[in-house]
Design a protein around this ligand. Sequence first.
Ligand code: CDT
Length: 310
Amino acid sequence: MMERVLRIAAAQMGPVNSGEPRSATVGRMMGLLDQAADEGCTLAVFPELALTTFFPRVYLADLADADGFYEHDMPNADVQPLFDLARRRRIGFSLGYAEITTDDEATHRYNTQILVDPDVGIVAKYRKVHLPGHTDYRPADPFQNLEKYYFEVGNLGFPVVDAFGGRVGMCICNDRRWPETYRMMGLNGVEIIVLGYTTPLHNPRAEQSAELRMFQSRLCMQAGAYQNSTFVVGVAKAGREDGVDLMGGSCIIHPDGRVIAETSGVDDEIAVADCNLDDCLNGKAEEFNFERNRRPELYGGLLAPHRSIR
Ligand code: CDT
């Protein structure tokens, strides 16, 4: 039987500063997609909120003033050239953006990621579940983390779809720190988890070095990959964006937990790896054989509300 080898690019982006036109940002992404296609990749993964600056770091008292950061349609005129290039170059991609919809006659805002097949178009959509930060303006902090203000909790679960010859799922940034994210997809046979992140090098609410922050980012993605026998592709928006330093460290992680490709800087750059999806099979059949070794009858507490510690 043919091996299922997929060459994947982690398409890291440098900063997208306020005022950079969408067309320029999409142009940069097209450059990365071209590079990935030149290297024989069939899937390129872009960061969270790839099309704009990470606007939740700024408080706008009137939500309507943030409308320009959200996409009303996908694809839209600004992003269509990326979809067209993907079809021409025969390469799929995953992309994060801020989504605004008027489902049920109410306005909803989500932090969203899509998976795009070059021929079919959008084959899966995910809306971020674990929104970090706060809803209230905190003027004493050097920058805000207002994701809970700008977005609703995603309502699409953790979809896993058949695409690119394997089982593909998505999550976004803070989701990567929660074991439930990976396990929800693991239970659905996921073989590649693609995720974008935007992580400040310094957390105003915790005294942690940049090295420790990077270690924690890798720790959770590597554990998620190993414990669920899946590839994980984690992709940063990096560098100094609107005065805030964002971590790089985009990487591709093997189901055995090893980092097999990584970026070296904090600007636009791809890291490429050949991902043999059959490498997921042994872990799923043996060490992490869920049917044989999980004990769901003893995990009921996971569904109960947590106990408050204070
Ligand atoms: N975008 C996002 O989810 N960022 C969070 C930052 C938390 S620390 C300020 C993350 O988990 O990386």
